[in-house]
Design a protein around this ligand. Structure first.
Ligand SMILES: [Zn+2]
Length: 273
């Protein structure tokens, strides 16, 4: 069903002359290569990072690789950062990504292919250096990390992650959609369609809200607990607006008062039943 939905949606966009430059998927379908060879296909870094984190955690849980434990979050963050900062260049992305293998051993300047490379961060203070639990190149933990970082499939996937097209906004839309279409309720096709349209209007009128600030202009954050007793700072955005509902009602009333239009003529105009 997902494949059929995807095809119908994309075909409709293309038939409506919407210029589709890139499509991002969760790394699954060969459908793009087979049916839409002219559209760029990217993989969602969130899905790839999730898979990597699972493998990293499994490796770090092995008692020989315990030293990897404190680095789990940093390594997955590094994958995100590498995609975000590569400027669309696959070689640059791989170089960023592989630099973690030097950094994690406390080496921030190295030579490769006769050229000198450095880490992309500012110089670390002695205190910052001391707080890091560095890995030794001959340790089991480092070898486990090396296998994962240089994994052939991952390096191949990186070629399709250069544009940093993550699907975070889509996840936000899906959760807003549940407000209109609770999964435990059954709706008829027309209701489902109308509710989807409402959820799209709601999303579109609230997407891209600004980061909320305090009276003194400082940005506002919420501290949110995560697994492993870690906390993260989550941005607080400006409140949502529901003014689209008012506009919608006004529009319906206008049409109702318009003697030249009727419900039936509206249906035939838009081709709906
Ligand atoms: Zn470094």
């Amino acid at each position: 069903m997902e494949t059929i939905g995807f095809r119908r949606g994309l075909d409709r966009l293309l038939q409506s002359d919407v210029a589709v430059d890139v499509v991002t998927t969760d790394r699954s379908p060969s459908i793009m290569r087979e049916s839409y060879p002219d559209i760029k296909h990217q993989f969602d870094p969130w899905h790839v990072a999730k898979g990597l984190k699972k493998k990293l955690t499994a490796a770090a849980n092995n008692k020989n690789n315990r030293d990897l434990q404190p680095w789990l979050k940093s390594v997955t963050n590094h994958l995100w950062w590498s995609c975000k900062t590569c400027g669309g260049d696959a070689e640059e992305l791989k170089r960023h990504w592989k630099s973690v293998l030097h950094h994690i051993c406390g080496i921030h300047r190295w030579e490769e292919d006769g050229q000198e490379w450095t880490c992309y961060h500012k110089d670390l203070t002695a205190d910052q250096q001391r707080r890091k639990k560095l890995l030794q190149k001959d340790s089991a933990a480092f070898k486990a990390l090396l296998d994962l970082v240089l994994n052939k499939k991952l390096l191949k996937d990186l070629n399709q992650m250069t544009l940093f097209k993550h699907t975070g906004d889509l996840e936000v839309y899906h959760s807003a959609m549940l407000k209109y279409m609770q999964k435990r309720l059954h709706f008829t096709y027309n209701t489902m369609k109308a509710r989807t349209q409402l959820s799209v209007m709601d999303h579109n009128s609230n997407v891209g809200r600004e980061h909320a600030t305090n009276c003194d202009g400082t940005p506002r954050y919420n501290l949110v607990p995560k697994q492993n007793k870690q906390w993260v700072a989550r941005k607080i955005y400006q409140p949502t607006t529901q003014t689209f509902r008012k506009h919608l009602v006004e529009r319906v009333l206008e049409l109702r008062l318009d003697k030249t239009s009727s419900i039936h003529s509206l249906h035939s105009k838009t081709g709906q039943r």
